[in-house]
Design a binder for this molecule. Structure first.
Ligand code: SF4
Length: 146
């Protein structure tokens, strides 16, 4: 064999070896550097510029105990209201007909009154599902204790 032939053979062998590793090494290198999918850089969220002030968190108003909220208002013409001499305005109570009535007695200071969000109307356990007027009165009136 000639020296040229040996050199050609050696060069081919070298190129074959280098050529195959030239493909493998970059693949291995890229795989090792990428660190898998978790560490891949995430796409940055586009920042939207606006003139609007930053949104404030919505504050929920403090709620008083629910008593009467959303309930219908009791009518003086309601049969049960009539039977208990209920009126919206306690000053209209005829003391000669209602011996239990004493001036100053109103639903608002009755033990059965359930004040709620509405200052003028509240619940009453005598008239479930309806509201009575804070200034009202009925023959079941019972003074608040304390
Ligand atoms: Fe008003 Fe008391 Fe009569 Fe209820 S029981 S209607 S709160 S006076």
């Amino acid at each position: 064999m000639s020296e040229d032939h040996d050199a050609t053979f050696a060069r081919r062998r070298f190129l074959k070896l280098v050529g195959s590793s030239a493909v493998i090494v970059p693949i291995v290198g890229l795989t090792a550097c990428s660190g898998g999918e978790d560490s891949a850089p995430k796409a940055a969220k586009p920042k939207v510029e606006t003139d609007a002030p930053p949104a404030k968190p919505v504050e929920k108003p403090a709620e008083k105990p629910s008593a009467g909220g959303g309930m219908a208002k009791l009518s003086e013409d309601d049969p049960q209201a009539k039977s208990l001499a209920y009126v919206h305005d306690a000053t209209q109570v005829d003391g000669s007909k209602q011996a239990r009535y004493k001036p100053g007695q109103i639903c608002e200071n009755c033990a059965l009154y359930q004040a709620g969000n509405d200052a003028e109307w509240g619940g009453c356990s005598i008239f479930p599902g309806r509201q009575v007027k804070a200034t009202g009165w009925c023959s079941v009136y019972a003074p608040k204790v304390g």
